[in-house]
Design a binder for this molecule. Structure first.
Ligand code: FAD
Ligand code: SIN
Length: 536
């Protein structure tokens, strides 16, 4: 039996939130980062458009605040938005000090002086998106990983999947719930390692893989939300799953996003017959907030029976497109499409989880010693629909604030030994087809019944089906030794259950939650979150 590995901070996840937290925490103590695949594999790594922040004289915090509130459809917490918007520029300065290189442009009539090149995306009234061409996430991830590699106080555990949080109540300790560490599966050895730390940080990202079609990479299985829920933390607003309007439609291009910045630079949406349609839906046309554009595309596809719509940037000079969007241009080319000459076939796909583990602005969850930052958290910034490029910003600001909180407000030591993982009588799995079948079934039923347009009947059907699958997965979980696939299946089932539970709580349509039985927003729900907690 191996004893617990002890650290001052245990960070689960190595995207922008986890790495930014770890870099700051490392000046206060020893930090372990457990991450379930290669260290760079994260949603962060695939971010294209950039980070929204006020850096130009033509822009203001008030305008960024207003755009965020408008996109959020009445559900954002204004003080949260204000704080994150105002603290953004200082965090971006720090990112630049770590070595991040944002794209610059030459200021016209300035003898070659340069300034940050600001992109534009849906819902933004000003150009305010800092970007590294269309590979912003990769540049951020590489910058932060390089900084973390220089930090002796950070230990990185790749291919280590967190299974569950270790909480005091499960060890028979009375009093407020407290997190003491996590059980983590080493994929190489198959061993379950006990990590003990007084501060545990969920930075596990989102849950796009709960849906059949998503822009997210395979890591996005909602593990953090599922673990926090099992540990007793409150989870809010999971019905607000953001569908990105423009995912590349090609049988072989898995999850490839066509950035909203392409529309920001003038691309327009058309039907297969070449007709622009967004002017029927919103005055900002193709640059309307994301929920409106995704629903408009869904509607056009249902009306016409077409499998996709077209995103057309052929009116722009080819040189400009190739220089501004080199990654998207090259990727489309690999699939035989030259976006400078032909419109791009696109469809909406699950993209971002606006709800999550309930936290304050400092990432503090309802459980002492447990923090949640980045996409896994629900701070109140996004409300019912996230404004484009606000998530990388939120991750930076809240990671910073979480370190400040965690290092100034520690709880007294509990002195309880953290027990090792109990595998009971588990044996090796007999029929792996159960895992793959249930995985496919959940993702398809979420797409069909809990997608862009919902009905109460479909949600109830989904709830019943998920409950049945949960039962089967639970039996499998207790009988057989854990594997990464089984853990992810258990987590997507839990997150699917939570999305449906939140959706059924909200008897109105608001932002990303559009339900035909209640097609209008209800003022009584304007500032109400849907909240779920595990029954004790
Ligand atoms: P992630 O970057 O997803 O990192 C999560 C980490 O947790 C990963 O390292 C993962 O391996 C690890 N992990 C997960 N589960 C476990 C577990 N059980 N055990 C151990 N480790 C675990 N937002 C913007 O603001 N601007 C953009 O331009 C933008 N573009 C996007 C483009 C794409 C294609 C996608 C998918 C998202 C985009 N987003 C964008 C959203 C943004 O990228 C994410 O919200 C943000 O990167 C989340 O950061 P994070 O650190 O919270 O999580
Ligand atoms: C994009 O580049 O379109 C993604 C931006 C975001 O999700 O914030």
């Amino acid at each position: 039996m191996t004893s617990a590995r002890e650290f001052d901070f245990l960070v689960l996840g190595s995207g922008i939130a986890g790495l930014f937290f770890a870099l700051k925490a490392a000046t206060h103590g020893r930090v372990a980062i457990a991450t379930k695949k290669h260290r760079a594999e994260s949603n962060t790594n695939y971010a294209q458009g950039g980070i929204a922040s006020v850096t130009s004289k033509e822009d203001s915090f008030e305008m960024h605040l207003r755009d965020t509130l408008e996109a959020g459809a009445g559900l954002c917490r204004e003080h949260v938005v204000r704080t994150i918007v105002q603290e953004g520029p200082a965090r971006i300065e720090e990112l630049i000090r770590h070595g991040m290189r944002f794209t610059e442009r030459v200021i016209p009539d300035s003898n070659g002086a340069r300034e940050l090149d600001l992109g534009r995306e849906g819902g933004h009234s000003k150009r305010r998106i800092l970007h590294a061409k269309d590979m912003t996430g990769r540049e951020i991830e590489q910058t932060l990983l390089a900084a973390a590699a220089r930090e002796p106080n950070i230990s990185m555990f790749e291919n280590h999947v967190a299974i569950d949080l270790i909480v005091a109540s499960k060890l028979g300790v009375a009093g407020p719930q407290r997190c003491l560490g996590a059980y983590v599966l080493s994929k190489q050895s198959g061993e379950v390692i006990t990590f003990a730390a007084p501060i545990v940080v969920l930075a596990t990202g989102g849950c796009g893989k709960v849906y059949l079609y998503t822009t997210n990479p395979d890591i996005a299985t909602g593990d953090g939300v599922a673990m926090a829920y099992r540990a007793g933390a409150g989870i809010a607003n999971m019905e607000f799953i953001q569908f990105h309007p423009t995912c590349f439609y090609h049988p072989k291009a898995k999850s490839f996003l066509i950035s909203e910045a392409v529309r920001g630079e003038g691309a327009v949406l058309r039907t297969l017959r070449g007709v622009e349609f967004m002017d029927h839906y919103h005055p900002r046309k193709s640059l309307a907030p994301r929920d409106i554009v995704a629903r408009a595309i869904d509607n056009e596809m249902k009306r016409s029976g077409d499998d996709y719509v077209l995103l057309d940037i052929t009116s722009k000079p080819a040189r400009f497109v190739m220089d501004r969007f080199p990654y998207i241009y090259q990727t489309c080319l690999q699939y035989g499409l030259d976006m400078t000459k032909d419109p791009i076939p696109v469809v909406p796909a699950a993209h971002y989880q606006c709800g999550g583990v309930i936290t304050d602005l400092n990432g503090q969850t309802e459980i002492q010693g447990l923090y949640a930052i980045g996409e896994v958290a629900c701070t109140g910034l996004h409300g019912a629909n996230r404004l484009a490029s606000n998530s990388l910003l939120e991750a930076l600001v809240c990671a910073h604030r979480a370190v400040l909180r965690a290092t100034t407000q520690s709880s007294p030591s509990l002195n309880v030994p953290v027990p090792p993982w109990q595998s009971g009588h588990a044996t090796d799995p007999d029929e792996l087809v159960v895992v793959s079948h249930n995985w496919d079934e959940i993702r398809r039923l979420m797409w069909d019944y809990v997608g862009i347009v919902r009905t109460t009947k479909r949600l109830e059907r989904a709830r019943a089906r998920i409950a049945f699958l949960q039962q089967e997965i639970q039996e499998y979980y207790w009988d057989f030794t854990v594997s990464a696939d089984l853990l992810e299946l258990r987590n997507i089932a839990t997150v699917a259950e939570l999305i449906v539970a939140c959706a059924l709580q909200r008897p109105e349509s608001r932002g990303l939650h559009y339900i035909l039985d209640f097609p209008k927003p209800d003022p009584a729900w304007a500032q109400r979150d849907s909240v779920v907690r595990k029954p004790s």
